[in-house]
Design a protein around this ligand. Structure first.
Ligand SMILES: [Zn+2]
Length: 418
């Protein structure tokens, strides 16, 4: 059997289906076939691969085998997500990934928003010394200019605003430039495309900061940038709906899209994009074709729904284990659920599926603990949870597919409403 290979998708609107268990592609495909979003079926971040002890090859092959079995011959993408180092690029390029998401968030300075003027000047001088810019001529590219990004929408940089944007993002942009060179060389002549993501940072990306970021990516010739993931206003928490002011979100998304057209064009990428049902009609309407939506953990929760229905005792054990892991595992995630809320969550005794799989507290509990459940977690007899989950998903592949199909059809329908 020859395995299908991923392709670059360019500026087609697209949807990413992360699959942490390697068995979700048939369900993803069932939903994807009904809509005109180009699908990304192999997608996992370096962090998630480490947490689930999977290799880039395993992630790729799980998607490839499922697509071959379904005789799927349309273009599909493969996203090596949240890459932080040249080594991350090397291992994912070797496995055949062709969409590379650069994550320079370690180099984003979240303190820039509140820094007094003297601090900004000192930070700019330090960046110039560190050769983040080739020379001090970079300011003249921005100061005293008017950037007419769309009809009736223009931006100008004051020195203070330029310095704030540069202090916040210039080191991240320089890191992205370096990563871009590694991606080009690791792809050794094969087509590739790049996303840059700053979604996992503390302070929202303003329109002017996005403009600076986009113009710098272009000036530094970071190759084949097809999407950028800003940090949006409001909260894009894992596993639950959008929290925040929808009118404000829409107004800022309009600016981000206009800037993406002006600097690229490239797509606006929505990370932690699953379950944002309130925001989807806005995203669909405002972005049109210039959108990528990325999801991952939500598919794991649909797998657990199969377990809850078929083997409630196993689900109860997983829930108890997850509660014990919550405090530790929540640390690297952006969620609002508290330990007190987890402690007050009723135990799963067979009928609490909605509490665990449809409502915020239960969903975030299960969302952040997936890595522990899938690697260290065992039932009372010492059998790894992962083994039980995979066995149930194999035995009840139809139910698994049905749950995923229904869940993602809801996502794609709302996104298509705009
Ligand atoms: Zn992200």
């Amino acid at each position: 059997m020859t395995l299908p290979k991923p392709a670059t998708l360019g500026l087609k609107k697209s949807f990413g289906y992360g699959d942490r268990l390697g068995l979700a592609t048939p369900g993803h495909l069932a939903a994807a076939r009904k809509f005109d979003f180009a699908p990304i079926f192999a997608q996992q971040s370096i962090r998630e691969m480490a947490r689930t002890q999977r290799t880039p090859d395993e992630v790729m092959q799980a998607a490839q085998h499922a697509l071959a079995a379904a005789n799927f011959t349309q273009p599909w993408g493969a996203d090596a997500d949240h890459l932080k180092t040249p080594e991350d690029v090397k291992v994912t390029a070797a496995a055949g990934f062709c969409f590379f998401t650069i994550d320079p968030s370690e180099f984003v300075n979240n303190r820039a928003d509140a820094m007094p003027e003297a601090g900004l000047r000192a930070s700019v001088a330090e960046m110039e010394r560190d050769k983040i810019f080739a020379d001090d001529g970079w300011k003249q590219l921005y100061l005293g200019k008017r950037f007419e990004i769309a009809h009736g929408c223009a931006f100008e940089f004051t020195e203070e605003k330029l310095f704030r944007a540069a202090v916040k993002y210039a080191r991240a942009i320089a890191h992205s430039e370096m990563m871009g060179r590694h991606i080009a060389s690791a792809s050794s002549g094969r087509p590739f495309e790049i996303e840059v993501s700053v979604d996992e940072t503390d302070s929202p990306t303003s329109a002017l900061e996005h403009l600076f970021f986009g113009l710098e990516l272009k000036r530094r010739q970071v190759p084949n940038v097809v999407s950028l993931a800003p940090r949006f206003i409001g909260e894009f928490e894992k596993g639950i709906d959008y929290r925040g002011d929808l009118d404000q979100f829409e107004a800022s998304l309009k600016q981000h899209v206009a800037i993406a057209k002006f600097c690229g064009p490239y797509k606006i990428s929505i990370h932690s994009g699953s379950d944002k049902f309130l925001a989807y009609p806005i995203v669909g309407r405002v972005c049109g074709n210039l959108v990528h939506v990325k999801t991952a953990g939500t598919s794991y929760l649909e797998a657990l729904r199969v377990v809850a229905r078929i083997a409630p005792k196993s689900f109860a054990e997983i829930a108890v284990y997850s509660r014990g892991r919550f405090d530790t595992d929540r640390k690297s995630y952006h969620i609002s659920t508290t330990t007190a809320e987890i402690n007050a969550l009723p135990a799963f005794a067979g009928k609490e599926e909605a509490l665990y799989l449809d409502e915020r507290i239960g969903r975030q509990l299960l969302h952040v603990t997936f890595g522990s459940v899938l690697t260290a977690g065992c039932d009372a007899k010492g059998r790894p949870f992962k083994q039980t989950i995979l066995e149930l998903l194999h035995q009840h592949a139809d139910l698994h597919r049905e749950f995923l199909d229904r869940h993602f059809t809801k996502h794609l329908q709302l996104l298509s409403q705009g």
